[in-house]
Structures are given as structure tokens and as C-alpha cells.
Design a protein around this ligand. Structure first.
Ligand code: SAH
Length: 520
């Protein structure tokens, strides 16, 4: 795309690793980009936010293997900018913290390409915080310095004055220093910093692989070697490092740092994913169900006509999917919400009632227990069901407890099949690998189909999940898990996402105390 006017380049700080830590402004620029030039340290999940068809260029920048030299990067930015394109230069952390962002902005200015800097959360501060080390702390540290460890502190021509820095500020944060920990520590001690000063390393901060190692200035290099700490990692030296065990995220919240499998359909996963992320967990999304429509147009026409004629006393919705698909089908058939005028509506679960409300339909009955048996009892309460016509829109292969119960009570049940909760054809391989490698701390099931389909995706066997905490949205889902050899650890008392979150929290919390007791 060429234009006569120059485009614009945004130098965007992508944050330290968690894709949620980009700024709103950065994300806005990314969502409008025509070209994205990204660094190795910028979270790759963010690339999915670029518009379809955007040109994605890997600028590399691994210490040893440069995909592009800085020269080539500058040239590419200028060329795409002069061609009139909207270019996002996506950089790890903040663009101006050891990111050569300043050089890129200068090169663009010289070439006459407009450019804006969108700051980011630097790993030097945000990465440390995520690892449980506050860069300042009242009465402990009132100053800090951020230093590059890339330079060899043993060489006289080094630009970093380690001796002067050693005691100049309370907290020293060293980036790009894992390869030279021993030299750095020695230079700081030689400069007068006490060898017993607390020190810590935060590896892969804000990612599921985050790890922290604590020691002293004298022993940190050895500890790093023992633990096999690798780049990217942050070294922090100072009294604040001693606070790490107290402020470790996993100590502050039960879900922090936990990898939690989400099995809902992609369209429905977001509420649970957001709730998990907000509490510091890492959701692994494996949509175990895909909604395949199974609509029989003739059946819908017949049911619609009956519904409009007021032939049904009750319409019973058992899931949000049922609501969405039925109302869509109704609309296709030329009807709208007025078709329900002569019927009463029953919704199983408040999520289902909420989906109805989104369409302007208020459920007359929301049984407190959303399982089939209890629903029949609730429906009987307002009156005899003998000879009463009930419309039951539902999924293919759903349980028969409800229709059977209604029929036993004398009702005339019209079941209309709407969809099949099928296993997806192309599940994400990386998540399946993580499950098989035992890298999942907890798994969440929001319906029996999610349990069954996950078993199918895993080749009929749920045993790779035995080590994980198993959380189910309700007793029916729990029973399905049990029948497939997976014992639930947590069953939500309120059958909603919030209920599931509470159950998960409690289970992980008590699990942690149990583990702590074992150690003692
Ligand atoms: N502009 C970046 C820093 C680039 S230099 C920023 O503001 O964060 C690269 C160095 O940053 C790495 O060698 C490492 O020391 C540090 N770093 C970046 N991301 C990190 C992360 N997620 N965890 C630990 N260290 C990280």
C-alpha cells in the first residue's frame, strides 16, 4: 500500500511478557497496524491482535541470533513509514529501557517519518513486582538504579561504573546480567556493597514459567547456577529482595501462578479466562465444545406456529446455547419474542436466565437446583402438569432425566433438537501437550459435554489430569467426571462461573495448607 503522505510509526512497549500488560494505547495502535515489527521479548500472543492481513515481521534480537540487524530494523521502519503505512514497532517492556527505541525514533525523525512512543511496563519494575519484589519499600529502599549487565564489569573500558553504583542507591536492578552474575556480584562487593545484601533473580517474569531464586549478593551466582536460571531474568540487589518470600504472588492469592485449563467453547470462555487472569492464574484454553447447529427447519416451523398459538404452557431452556440457537432459529422462521406471549418460561441456571434477559425475556421460573429431577418438582409447584404441553429446546444427546420426569408427571413434552456440543476438529496442540506433560495445575468443567469431549480429545483417557485440581460447575458435571475416572476436588454450590471460581479458590487454598502440613 503506497501513498504520497508518509505513514506513522508507533514505538510500542509491549510490557514484560504477560500479553495483558500492554497499555490500552499500545493495544489500540496494534489493532490498527498495517505492519508490525516485533522483538523476541514482546509477547507473541499479542500478534493475534493485529488486523487480519497485517504484515508481521520478526525483528529477532536474541542475543546470539539476530533475525535483523538494528540497521535493517531502522531501514524497514523508515521504508514502511515512507510508503504511507501504519507501523507498530512492538518491543518488550518499555521501548526506551535498553530497547534501542531512542535510536529508532531518531532515525525516523531524520527520515521525516512521524513517530509516537507508547510507553510500556518495564520488566525492571513490573517484572520485579510480579516476582514479589517491590523496587522501593518504605523505610527499606528509597532509591533504585536500573543497570545493563551486558557489559563486562571486569573490563576497564566498561561504561557502567559498578564501583560507584555499588553503594549509590538502595535497590540495584540489573537487566541482561544472567551470563555475568559472578563478575557483577564481585564488582559490587569490591565497590563496597555488603556481601550479605539480599539478592534475588526473577526469571521469565509475568509468564507461566516465572520463577524466583533468592540468596545474597555473595551467593546469588552460585544459586543461579544450581537452579539453572536462564535469560530473560532480572537481578535485584538490596534489602527489598528480602521481602520476596513474604510478597511472593503465590502466597498472596490462591490462584496466582496456577495454570488452569478452561474447556468451554471459544465463544464462552472469556468470562472465566478474565476471572482467572485477574487473580494471577494462567488460563490454558482448550475449547472442548464447539456448537454445531442441528436445526430441522420443519420442526422449528411447527413449534413456532404452536408457540405463537399459545399451545405451550411452558418453554424450558436448559442452557445459554439453547437460548441463543433457539431464538436465532425463531427469527429465521419469521417470529420474535412475542411468540412467547402465551407461554411461561423456565430457565435452568441464572446464566440461562441471563441469556434470556439479553433478548428481553424474563424467566417466570428459575429453579434453585438446576438438575433435571429438581426442575420437575419446581414445575409441578405452580400447578398440575397433567396434559400440559411443554416445549423443550435442547442439545442432541442431552440427558433424558428432565423429559422423562415431565412425562411421568403427565406433561406432553415437545423436544426440539437445536445443536450438538461436539468436540472441536482442530484442538490447540500446545495445550494438549501441556496436559500430557502434567503441566496443568487445575482443570475446570462447565458441563458434562466439556468432560466427555476432553476425554475424546485426549484419546479416551483423562488420566493425564489426575495430578490436577478438578473443579466442576455442578453435581451432574462432577458425576460425568467421576464416571470417566476423574475424581472432582471442587464442585460449585452456585452453578455459575463465579461459583466455579469460589470452589476453585477454596480447593487450591486448602490444597496448599494440606501440602504445607505435609512438609511440616
Ligand atoms: N525494554 C525492556 C528491556 C530490554 S533488555 C524492558 O523495559 O523490560 C532485555 C532484558 O530485560 C532481559 O535480558 C532481562 O534482563 C530483562 N527482561 C525482559 N523481560 C523479562 C522478563 N519477562 N523476565 C525477566 N527479565 C526480563
Amino acid at each position: 500500500m503506497t501513498g504520497s503522505a508518509p505513514g506513522h510509526v508507533w514505538l510500542v512497549g509491549a510490557g514484560p511478557g504477560d500479553p495483558g500488560l500492554i497499555t490500552v494505547a499500545g493495544l489500540t495502535a496494534l489493532r490498527r497496524a498495517e505492519v508490525v515489527l516485533y522483538d523476541r521479548l514482546a509477547p507473541h500472543e499479542l500478534l493475534a491482535e493485529a488486523p487480519e492481513g497485517a504484515l508481521l515481521l520478526d525483528a529477532g534480537k536474541a542475543a546470539d541470533n539476530h533475525a535483523m540487524t538494528q540497521e535493517q530494523i531502522n531501514t524497514a521502519l523508515i521504508e514502511h513509514g515512507l510508503a504511507g503505512q501504519r507501523v507498530v514497532r512492538l518491543k518488550g517492556g518499555d521501548p526506551y529501557v535498553f530497547g534501542r527505541g531512542g535510536e529508532e525514533a531518531m532515525a525516523l525523525a531524520e527520515a521525516g517519518v512521524p513517530c509516537s512512543v507508547i510507553p510500556g511496563v518495564t520488566s525492571a519494575i513490573g517484572g520485579l513486582a510480579a516476582g514479589g519484589v517491590p523496587v522501593t519499600h518504605r523505610a527499606v529502599a528509597t532509591s533504585f538504579a536500573v543497570i545493563t549487565g551486558h557489559e563486562d564489569p571486569t573490563k576497564p573500558e566498561t561504561q557502567v561504573d559498578w564501583a560507584r553504583l555499588a553503594t549509590a542507591v538502595d535497590t540495584l536492578v540489573v537487566l541482561m546480567g544472567v551470563g555475568r552474575l559472578e563478575e557483577i556480584a564481585r564488582a559490587l562487593i569490591a565497590g563496597g556493597r555488603d556481601a550479605s545484601t539480599p539478592a534475588a533473580l526473577v526469571e521469565q517474569a509475568t509468564t507461566p514459567k516465572q520463577r524466583t531464586v533468592t540468596a545474597t549478593l555473595a551467593t546469588i551466582a552460585e544459586a543461579a547456577q544450581r537452579e539453572g536460571v536462564r535469560a530473560p531474568a532480572l537481578l535485584v540487589v538490596g534489602q527489598v529482595a528480602a521481602l520476596q518470600p513474604m510478597l511472593d504472588p503465590r502466597r498472596l492469592a490462591p490462584l496466582a501462578g496456577k495454570r488452569v485449563l478452561v474447556t468451554r467453547s471459544r465463544a464462552q470462555a472469556s468470562t472465566l479466562v478474565d476471572a482467572l487472569r485477574l487473580e494471577g492464574a494462567y488460563p490454558l484454553v482448550l475449547p472442548a465444545i464447539e456448537i454445531e447447529h442441528r436445526i430441522d427447519a420443519k420442526a422449528i416451523d411447527r413449534v413456532t406456529a404452536d408457540l405463537r398459538a399459545g399451545a405451550y404452557r411452558w418453554v424450558v431452556f436448559t442452557s445459554t446455547n439453547g437460548v441463543e440457537v433457539f431464538l436465532d432459529a425463531l427469527q429465521e422462521a419469521g417470529a420474535d419474542a412475542r411468540a412467547f406471549a402465551g407461554a411461561r418460561i423456565c430457565a435452568l441456571g441464572i446464566a440461562t436466565a441471563g441469556a434470556l434477559a439479553d433478548h428481553g425475556l424474563i424467566a417466570d421460573l428459575v429453579p434453585t437446583e438446576a438438575v433435571g429431577e429438581a426442575v420437575v418438582t419446581s414445575l409441578l409447584a405452580p400447578g398440575d402438569l397433567n396434559g400440559v404441553r411443554v416445549l423443550l429446546p435442547r442439545a442432541e444427546g442431552a440427558r433424558d432425566v428432565l423429559p422423562d420426569g415431565l412425562r411421568t408427571a403427565g406433561a406432553e413434552v415437545d423436544e426440539v433438537t437445536l445443536y450438538l456440543a461436539a468436540a472441536p476438529a482442530e484442538p490447540p496442540q500446545d495445550v494438549l501437550d501441556a496436559i500430557r506433560a502434567g503441566e496443568v495445575d487445575a482443570v475446570t468443567f462447565t458441563s458434562s459435554s466439556t468432560v466427555k469431549n476432553l476425554a475424546t480429545l485426549l484419546g479416551g483417557d483423562l488420566s493425564p489430569l489426575r495430578g490436577a485440581v478438578v473443579a466442576c460447575i455442578g453435581p451432574v458435571t462432577a458425576e460425568t467426571a467421576r464416571s470417566l475416572g476423574l475424581e472432582p476436588d471442587a464442585i460449585a454450590t452456585e452453578h455459575t462461573i463465579e461459583g466455579l471460581m469460589s470452589a476453585l479458590r477454596e480447593s487450591l487454598h486448602s490444597g496448599r495448607t494440606a501440602a504445607a502440613k505435609e512438609v511440616r
